[in-house]
Design a protein around this ligand. Structure first.
Ligand SMILES: [Zn+2]
Length: 143
């Protein structure tokens, strides 16, 4: 989660919304990314999707069965779905996102009968720090 926080800070420094994600398989970091939507002009380049793409490319496979994903904020609907489709084993996330989250908030994607693979979910990891990075970023935007 420390690496995910690092990616979040780096994303913020690039002017992206500061969210970071890391994919780990068998104790090895396979991919790490922050939000890249502005850099790539790609609204789907959320940290989770970017990290999943990188991990799949690195492994040369379309799924990440057995891999774990760490992300600083509760994933949105799109990312929750991507995490499910990628067959991620465990999802660890930092801060809750009652406005845009889709795991324990909103549509609760993994609890839906249309969801065919649900990762084990662990929330609240480095929650304060993850929330503080986001708060600082948006505060800076308003100042
Ligand atoms: Zn997302």
């Amino acid at each position: 989660m420390e690496l995910a926080l690092e990616e979040a800070r780096a994303a913020g420094d690039r002017g992206e919304v500061p969210i970071g994600a890391v994919v780990v398989l068998d104790g090895t970091v396979i991919a790490r990314s922050g939000n890249r939507t502005r850099e790539l002009n790609d609204i789907t380049a959320h940290a989770e999707v970017a990290a999943i793409r990188m991990a799949c490319e690195a492994l040369g496979q379309e799924r990440l069965t057995g891999a774990d994903l760490y992300v600083t904020l509760e994933p949105c609907t799109m990312c929750a779905a991507a995490i499910s489709f990628a067959r991620i084993r465990r999802l660890y996330y930092g801060a809750e996102d009652p406005k845009g989250g889709a795991v324990d908030s909103g549509v609760r994607f993994y609890a839906q009968p249309t969801c065919h693979h649900a990762p084990e979910v662990y929330s609240g990891m480095s929650e304060m720090e993850a929330a503080e990075i986001l708060r600082g970023f948006f505060q800076g935007k308003r100042d």
